[in-house]
Design a protein around this ligand. Structure first.
Ligand code: NAD
Ligand code: IPM
Ligand code: MN
Length: 357
């Protein structure tokens, strides 16, 4: 039987709780199929590990992860460890170290999910944000000068390479071509006179190679407004690391909330493992209460199944989420229900069983 070796970094706060439900769903899919199985190896890396060991993961963490078929991540970050350490030394290190340069973040309003927008049709909230995930504003370059003096200043350098822009735009256009969708570039060339001017130029060059794909371009501020006022104009959105981060939380807000937003960090060449995660954080405000919605993590399991080539199961998992939302019996408090994380997970597994029968 085919075995997929999955590295599990459940992480901090609500991470372990939502990941447990995600793995239940993956296991049920595998059981139903009968032809493959998942083998999980758990890595207890995160903020507790940091407080014990003085680092977020072992020095050879990436070497340890490299042989796995994929990584499942919960969430990282907790009060007591500075965020710029906990996130940069674990999550961001994996994304960059494994050249997971594509961050696929669907913004899709599932049936039954609440939408705060007025006069917007459900089908109109249906786009995929392709976020550049390896460089840009997150390059981590810069310095801190005259520290602690009145003349203190910092440099936070954005790095936009031709190669980095070309490959993310190519990915976006290929995705659009496959599905007959448009591609929208979101940038900020009016203010960022080097990075976003190069970005725009490479977008035009790439678009010229896909003459049949409709394109649009917006400045990020205007795009934020359109996300809320007229989301139907977006299909594939390609944007930089930081803009993609912000726009996808906005995307989550219009598509059911943080409990329903997932993301896949892909190394499309398969040279390194790809990583699947909900886009939300460790939610310290509800950690330990059983109130976390596992649907975002479960959606990322659907992305993992698609990545492994099981498109049909990926679709069934989303249908299970939709069915549970529509029935409205097993919902966590942020969706107006009173179910626990595990009860929602059980409802999803039962629904999946029905759908796979
Ligand atoms: P957050 O996403 O953790 O929480 C924002 C709000 O959304 C909170 O009110 C929280 O209760 C709610 N929420 C998030 N996920 C939810 C879920 N599954 N179900 C129900 N409600 C949910 O963002 P934050 O508060 O800005 O960050 C908290 C910590 O997480 C910080 O340390 C931050 O750096 C980190 N963080 C980590 C990741 C990651 O690991 N991928 C992502 C974002 C933030
Ligand atoms: C996300 C998160 C991360 C990011 C943080 C925690 C570094 O917000 O995955 O959206 O900014 O990429
Ligand atoms: Mn984010």
């Amino acid at each position: 039987m085919k075995t997929y070796n999955i590295a599990v970094i459940a992480g901090d706060g609500i991470g372990p709780g939502v990941v447990a439900e995600e793995l239940k769903v993956l296991d049920r899919v595998a059981e139903r199929d009968g032809g493959f199985r998942f083998e999980y190896t758990y890595f207890p890396w995160g903020c507790e590990y940091y407080l014990r060991e003085g680092r977020m993961m072992p020095e050879n963490g990436l070497e340890i992860l490299k042989p796995f078929d994929a990584i499942v991540l919960g969430a990282v970050g907790y009060p007591g460890v500075p965020d710029h350490i906990s996130l940069r030394d674990l999550l961001l290190q994996i994304r960059r170290g494994f050249d997971e340069y594509v961050n696929v973040r669907p913004v899709r309003l599932l049936k039954g999910a609440p939408c705060p927008l007025k006069d917007v049709k459900r089908e109109d909230v249906n786009m995929v944000v392709i976020r550049e995930n390896s460089e840009g504003e997150y390059a981590g370059e810069g310095g801190w000068f005259n520290k602690g003096t009145p003349e203190e200043y910092v440099h936070q350098i954005g790095v936009f390479t031709r190669k980095g822009c070309e490959r993310i735009m190519r990915y976006a256009f290929e995705l659009a071509k496959k599905n007959g969708w448009s591609v929208t570039s979101v940038s900020k060339g009016n203010a960022l006179n080097y990075s976003m001017v190069l970005w725009d130029q490479i977008f035009h060059e790439t678009a010229a190679r896909y003459p049949d794909t409709p394109t649009h371009e917006y400045l990020v501020d205007a795009a934020a407004c359109h996300f809320v006022r007229d989301p139907g104009r977006f299909q594939v959105v390609v944007t930089s690391n930081l803009f993609g981060d912000i726009l996808t939380d906005l995307g989550a807000a219009i598509a059911g909330g943080m409990g329903l937003a997932a993301g896949a960090n892909l190394n499309p060449e398969g040279e390194y493992p790809s990583m699947f995660e909900p886009i939300h954080g460790s939610a310290p405000d509800i950690a330990g209460t059983g109130k976390a919605n596992p649907m975002a993590a479960v959606w990322s399991a659907s992305q993992l199944l698609e990545f492994l080539g099981y498109e049909k199961y990926a679709a069934r998992v989303l249908e299970a989420i939709e069915a549970v939302l529509v029935e409205g019996q097993a919902l966590t408090p942020e969706l107006g229900g009173s179910a626990t994380t595990a009860q929602v997970g059980d409802a999803l597994v039962n629904k999946l069983d029905e759908l796979l029968r």
